[in-house]
Design a protein around this ligand. Structure first.
Ligand code: FES
Ligand code: FES
Length: 155
């Protein structure tokens, strides 16, 4: 039986009827058709499904949808600025050439944004820790770390 939940999604109050068995990832991709959040492994290993909930980066594939009640969720669709221009962290990934196939990038952006929103000038170690749960099969990570470093302290 479906239940109603109320939460904030990309700064908008959202009321949904959900199956308590769903994950947040299912709600986002299959019901709301917000496909910016990717499904890789489906069991918490790859980070492709990362979203920010109340300021923390979480794997939405493991997050029970009922836990979203009353919380604030940000997905990659909510990161760009209101005028449509890219957030500085998104622009940095473009400028540093940190994107190849792109599959991991929404998760990388959400993980690094969660760090940068908390800490203006993280160390390289903290940057690497913030994306340690995000797998990339293409880039070798160097340019991704460079992109995050380039924006750290400059936002
Ligand atoms: S799809 Fe969630 S961690 Fe891989
Ligand atoms: S850019 Fe292809 S998986 Fe990261």
């Amino acid at each position: 039986m479906k239940k109603e939940i109320t939460f904030t999604l990309n700064k908008e109050k959202t009321i949904m009827e959900v199956d308590p068995q769903w994950t947040l990832l299912h709600l986002l991709r299959e019901v709301l058709e917000m496909t910016g959040t990717k499904e890789g492994c489906g069991y918490g290993e790859c980070g492709a499904c990362t979203v920010i909930i109340d300021g923390e980066a979480v794997n939405s594939c493991l997050y029970p949808v009922m836990e979203v009640e009353g919380r604030s969720v940000m997905t990659i669709e909510g990161v760009a600025l209101k005028d449509g221009s890219l957030d500085p962290i998104q622009q940095a990934f473009v400028d540093e050439g940190a994107v190849q196939c792109g599959f991991c990038i929404p998760g990388m952006i959400m993980s690094s944004k969660a760090l940068l929103d908390k800490k203006d000038k993280p160390t390289e170690e903290e940057i690497k820790e913030s994306i340690e749960g995000n797998l990339c099969r293409c880039t070798g990570y160097v340019k991704i770390v460079d992109a995050i470093k380039s924006v750290a302290g400059g936002r």
